[in-house]
Design a protein around this ligand. Structure first.
Ligand SMILES: [Zn+2]
Ligand SMILES: [Zn+2]
Length: 265
């Protein structure tokens, strides 16, 4: 926890709480909803292990694989206009995100980490912070390692980080936002709310973080008209509190696995 993090969290709240109030998808949902304080702990403390882990994986990967990309390629990439680099980063990073996210759904060991994120039962801007650090480090590494290897400029990467974070908050927010035909290209709150839906037809769909079009290409898009899910969550027995949730994927599942998961069926 640092002061900067608390300050940016406060600014984020000052932006999103009014937006959620005036454009609410579920007007009856309270600001201090169930698990609000648990998700607040994630928002305050989770950034440190994620940043440390991400720096470690990106540094290690780029030092081992750096030889794959000749210096002139990096120089050519970083000399492009920032807006063009940004668009290229979004495409490259989201393809990495998409496949890692799919792996977290498909491989039971990884799903135990990712199920913590899917245990959210009331979605809002704060809920999106509930992500196990291992989940976040691996998924973001898949996005960032190719971007750093290819030599994109620091400026364009910093811009991407800001936009990605703001977009992730919006995707989880309790808002009704109609983006028209763009919903087939860009991830919208409706798109990501369906990813969290506790409905069999929506399981393992809408994996992209920013470009919904990737799900269209790979046949994993689920966007039924203007409908939104009735409820969110998973059947896995995820505990209620931060420390227990961090430990959950690593605990023996002998007893826990006796509780059937709808996703196993
Ligand atoms: Zn997921
Ligand atoms: Zn989510």
């Amino acid at each position: 926890m640092d002061i900067l993090n608390l300050k940016s969290l406060l600014i984020t709240a000052l932006i999103f709480v009014p937006i959620e109030h005036f454009f609410a998808l579920r007007p009856s949902q309270r600001i201090f909803r169930k698990a609000f304080f648990n998700d607040l702990i994630y928002a305050v403390f989770n950034g440190v292990p994620i940043t440390v882990g991400l720096i470690a994986t990106v540094t290690l990967a780029t030092s081992i694989l750096g030889w794959l990309v000749p210096a002139f390629v990096g120089a050519a990439i970083s000399s492009q206009p920032v807006w063009l680099q940004l668009l290229e980063i979004i495409v490259i990073a989201d393809i990495g995100f998409y496949f890692t996210h799919r792996a977290f759904h498909a491989i039971p060991f990884l799903w135990n980490f990712h199920a913590v994120h899917h245990s959210i039962e009331e979605l809002d801007w704060l809920a999106g912070h509930r992500i196990h650090p291992v989940d976040q480090i691996l998924t973001k590494s898949a996005s960032f390692v190719p971007v750093y290897l290819l030599g994109f400029s620091e400026e364009s990467i910093a811009l991407f980080v800001f936009i990605f974070h703001a977009h992730a908050l919006l995707l989880h927010a309790n808002v009704r936002l109609n983006v028209g035909p763009l919903r087939w290209f860009i991830a919208s709150p409706q798109f990501h709310h369906w990813h969290h839906a506790r409905e069999r037809a929506a399981y393992d769909k809408n994996f992209a973080a920013q470009l919904a079009f990737i799900d269209v290409v790979f046949g994993t898009m689920h966007l039924p008209g203007k409908l939104v899910p009735e409820c969110y969550g998973v059947d896995d027995p995820i505990p209620s509190h931060y420390v227990e949730q961090l430990a959950y994927p690593l605990l023996p599942k002998g007893k826990i696995n006796e509780v059937p998961s709808a996703r196993d069926a």
